[in-house]
Ligand binder design. Structure first.
Ligand code: HEC
Ligand code: HEC
Length: 233
């Protein structure tokens, strides 16, 4: 991972931002943010299924799949919507009406659902995207997505755990996601991923490692990596 050092720095910035989110600060361990998937399932059915489907796999092209997503990531995104840290008029209204317990319960249910989907498209573009995802760009500008995402694939077993900037005050591990800090990408919808990369490249949400990652990508690289991601749940 030749060019990760600048991204390690970006991480420290990201951590500073996420530590400001109400409700996340004192909750140091995953156990402290566990949820009740049974209640979560009923809640999703009633309030989320119209857009995300009853198991988090449904929805239109720009609606993200939530099934099988990392629990802590889901929970933190809901907090971010509620507190306006991540802009989305639709999700801000929905998250604002949820208690933190509701957020944890819905997240626990969704994290436990199997992710479906994934349609093969342009094989050449996907092959290009696969190389970018696993290895980064040959000129070293774009880092491998797999360095931070979808570590369950077992590809990046060494990990970035020991990197400087990865620990918060008191040596507490701040990144509690099951992957390498980034959410699950594989199987996510192409149009949604493209939209997120474009807004990260424009600095929204501000800071965080993804602004630098997305800003380093060409439109072609975004299309390629997105095609690979969408086709491989
Ligand atoms: C009216 C449609 C609609 C409903 C209902 C809805 N969502 Fe969403 N949700 C969206 C859209 C659109 C986005 C993408 C927001 C964006 O990035 O612009 C989204 C994004 C999300 C994300 C971010 C996922 C990611 O990968 O970053 C989470 C988490 C989420 N929704 C959870 C929920 C939960 C839980 C409920 C029910 C309590 C719910 N949503 C109800 C439309 C909806
Ligand atoms: C240095 C670590 C790192 C690298 C490398 C990285 N990401 Fe990320 N990515 C993150 C983190 C952390 C988040 C979560 C940001 C948040 O919490 O809002 C994220 C979020 C995302 C999201 C939003 C997912 C969603 O569900 O809305 C997308 C899309 C994404 N990354 C794509 C990529 C792609 C494509 C690459 C490779 C070209 C890549 N990332 C490389 C750390 C990284």
């Amino acid at each position: 991972m030749r060019n990760l050092t600048p991204f390690a720095k970006a991480f420290a910035v990201a951590l500073g931002v996420s530590a400001l989110l109400p409700g996340t600060r004192g909750e140091a361990t995953p156990a402290a943010v566990a949820g009740d998937p049974e209640h979560g399932g009923a809640l999703v059915e009633a309030r989320c299924a119209a857009c995300h489907g009853p198991d988090g796999n449904g929805g239109q092209a720009t609606v993200p799949r939530l099934a099988g997503q990392d629990f802590v990531y889901l929970y933190r995104q809901l907090l971010a919507f509620k507190h306006g840290v991540r802009a989305s008029p639709v999700m801000e209204a929905i998250a604002s009406a949820m208690s933190e317990r509701d957020m944890r319960d819905a997240s626990a249910f969704l994290a436990g659902q199997a992710r479906r989907g994934g349609q093969a498209g342009d094989a050449g573009l996907e092959a290009e995207g696969r190389t970018l995802f696993l290895q980064g760009s040959t000129d070293g500008r774009v880092p491998a997505c797999a360095g931070c995402h979808d570590a369950s694939q077992g590809w990046f077993a060494g990990g970035m755990r020991g990197m400087p900037g990865m620990r918060g005050a008191g040596g507490m591990p701040m990144m509690r996601m099951s992957g390498r800090n980034g959410p699950r990408l594989l199987g996510q919808r192409a149009a949604y991923v493209q939209q997120r990369l474009r807004s990260f490249a424009h600095g929204t949400p501000a800071a965080g490692p993804m602004s630098a990652v997305a800003a380093s990508m060409s439109a072609r690289q975004m299309r390629a990596v997105t095609a690979y991601i969408a086709a491989h749940p």
